[in-house]
Design a protein around this ligand. Structure first.
Ligand SMILES: Nc1ncnc2c1ncn2[C@@H]1O[C@H](COP(=O)(O)OP(=O)(O)OP(=O)(O)O)[C@@H](O)[C@H]1O
Length: 602
């Protein structure tokens, strides 16, 4: 069992026993209860804002929604708020879904702004829907039905139970492919989409998942407070405190937000007792936020863990990287080598403009099944743009892209990944904070919900990841952080990662760039081996000898247009190609690339 789980278990046992051992202490129980509530919120917030990296500044919206749901039902139907608290979670989920579907189709800052706006809108709505909420007069609820002797102990246990459920839920999410996908979105959303992660769906589900337990807790909280008004229920400070708690403890970790929730709740209590006015409290939180961002950007828990790891370093075993190609079996699902070399990728008249610049100009290009096709051309000739058009990173202005007989240019990147289209990047885009193994199992071969909620590293997948890592010679690095590998090794891991999608076509963008000669030899071997297993390649590469070695066919792009195609050794002597690389018309701007190409072409 992991040490952190053990510590959490001991702390939990202590918290369960505390009211039993010390029943006549309503004050510390009340403080702890507030800490549980904040930890529930921070831990839930962590699902969308820690795992997926989409910061919500209005998460107390869900506490208010839960509280109002329970309070309104109690007011109008006379039911006890405690029994209908789960409905608060349901309302929070419905609202989160509606907001998420609108906002999370986009990327970036819009989300942060909208979350604050939603909180303020809810406040205004609650103040104005007087028939339902009694407006700014607020709703007063009955006192708890249990004997006064029990004080707040029942609330204490309900919040503690909700906290345990929230943490278990968050832990389960982190273990699934969904959780890995969220971290992938946080680290590099574009890359996540290219390996089959339906980023829109993942973000919406994460936002919804982050609202439920807060909504339930809100229902219980209304009963605990016995009074509810719009300003208190939808307070912006409540949201700021949630963010602060998660940042202090360590966003993106399982226990960080819980630890942060406790610390911030205690700090808040101390500020109320010793700090005097409410503005002193705000000042204290502001100051704490600044200090955390400046001195503990990762949060307390990750900083402590890093310190521990430094004091107790694990022994890293370096691979000798020999025998990597002596694998035994064919990767499951890889298509058999196809003797009939029909067209697998068909790019028809594709054009892409950036303002006045025509980066890709009416390109027609076909890649035959089973081939290794090279795509060459001077710097800026449009090769990477063409890759982006094929994999869905951007949409063409004109023309169409067909893959395996199906038009794909309007499909989102993840759908293209599910169809068997994989790519690597000019500058590797591994998820650097994940381990090598996590990187390799991160791709999602299909868009089914079952796959999404399967274990991130299931038995068969672990075996396959191992096999693929052995294929590229990096099996022994499986548990290392991907960012700690050399650049060439990262390129190989990226290839193993793409192979996990079981692609039929892989687009390699400058695989040799920045890779040392030994690594390059391995890369060439791996490309050859994977190709023999039936995978087709389209390779962008400046290293012409390498193109001649691995490619059976090449296409030359110049200023966005195809100027030649044929066997690489023939193209090397084609005057038009030589001209494009070295010719009179080479502009001073690409002079450097011309010099580089001059070396490489010869
Ligand atoms: N997102 C973008 N916005 C504006 N211009 C762009 C964008 N992406 C590429 N370009 C421009 O389009 C042209 C083609 O660029 P692209 O990166 O596709 O060329 P390339 O052949 O891959 O070059 P290299 O060999 O240097 O990677 C260049 O002039 C580049 O500056």
């Amino acid at each position: 069992m992991k040490r952190s789980h053990l510590i959490a278990g001991v702390v939990l046992a202590g918290l369960v026993l505390y009211p039993v051992v010390n029943p006549w202490q309503p004050y510390p129980q009340g403080v702890l209860l507030t800490a549980f509530l904040l930890a529930i919120q921070a831990s839930s917030w962590n699902i969308i804002s820690g795992y997926a990296g989409y910061t919500s500044l209005g998460h107390s919206l869900f506490l208010g929604l839960g509280a109002y749901t329970a309070a309104i039902l109690a007011l109008h139907l006379g039911v006890n708020p405690l029994w209908v608290a789960p409905l608060g979670g349901v309302v929070a989920v419905v609202v989160a879904l509606a907001i998420g579907l609108v906002v999370l189709r986009t990327r970036g800052h819009a989300f942060v702004i909208i979350t604050i706006a939603m909180l303020l809108a809810a406040q205004i709505l609650a103040a104005n829907a007087r028939g339902l909420t009694k407006g700014s007069d607020g709703i007063t609820l009955e006192l708890p039905f249990w004997d006064r002797d029990y004080q707040n102990i029942p609330f204490y246990y309900v919040f503690l139970l909700l906290l345990v459920l929230t943490v278990l839920f968050s832990a389960w999410i982190r273990r699934t492919k969904f959780g890995t996908g969220l971290v992938a979105i946080r680290e590099d959303e574009g890359k996540a989409a290219s390996i089959g992660v339906n980023t829109t769906r993942f973000k919406v589900v994460a936002f919804v998942a982050s609202s439920f337990f807060i909504g339930v807790a809100g229902g219980v909280y209304a009963y605990y407070l016995t009074f509810l008004n719009p300003v208190g229920a939808f307070a912006i400070l409540g949201s700021v405190v949630i963010v602060l708690a998660a940042l202090v403890g360590g966003r993106g970790t399982l226990y960080g937000p819980v630890v942060g929730g406790f610390l911030v709740a205690f700090l808040s209590e101390a500020a109320t007792v010793y700090g005097g006015s409410a503005s002193a409290r705000v000042l204290l939180f502001g100051g704490a936020l600044v200090l955390v961002v400046l001195f503990l950007p990762a949060g307390l828990l990750p900083t402590a863990q890093a310190w521990w790891r430094k004091r107790h370093p694990s022994v890293v075993e370096f691979t000798d990287q020999t025998g990597a190609l002596s694998f035994r079996s064919t990767p499951s699902g890889a298509p058999p080598p196809d003797s009939d070399s029909g067209v697998l990728l068909d790019i028809r008249g594709v054009t892409k403009r950036f303002g006045g610049l025509v980066a890709v100009n009416g390109v027609d290009l076909t890649v035959r099944r089973g081939s290794v096709t090279g795509l060459i051309g001077p710097n800026g000739s449009g090769k990477t743009t063409l890759f982006n058009l094929v994999t869905g990173g951007m949409a063409p202005d004109r023309g169409s892209v067909w893959f395996d007989g199906r038009r794909i240019d309007r499909l989102p990147p993840w759908r293209r990944g599910h169809l068997g289209l994989g790519r690597t990047y000019q500058v590797t885009r591994l998820f650097k904070d994940m381990t090598v193994r996590e990187n390799v199992v991160a791709p999602l071969p299909d868009g089914r919900w079952r796959t999404m909620f399967a274990d991130a590293i299931s038995g068969s997948e672990a075996a396959r990841a191992r096999e693929l890592l052995d294929l590229v010679g990096l099996g022994r690095f499986a548990d290392e952080r991907a960012g700690s590998l050399s650049y060439g090794q990262q390129k190989l891991v990226e290839l193993a990662q793409v192979l996990m999608l079981e692609p039929s076509l892989i687009l390699l963008d400058e695989p040799a760039g920045g890779v040392n000669p030994t690594m390059l030899g391995r890369l060439v071997e791996v490309i050859g081996e994977v190709n023999r297993r039936g995978v087709t390649f389209l390779v962008v590469e400046h290293n012409i000898p390498l193109v001649t070695e691995v490619c059976d066919h090449a296409v030359v792009l110049h200023r966005g247009s195809v100027i030649a195609s044929g066997p690489p050794e023939v193209l090397r002597r084609d005057p038009a190609v030589l001209d494009a690389y070295l010719g009179d018309d080479a502009s001073p701007a690409d002079g450097a690339s011309g010099g580089q190409a001059r070396e490489e072409v010869r």
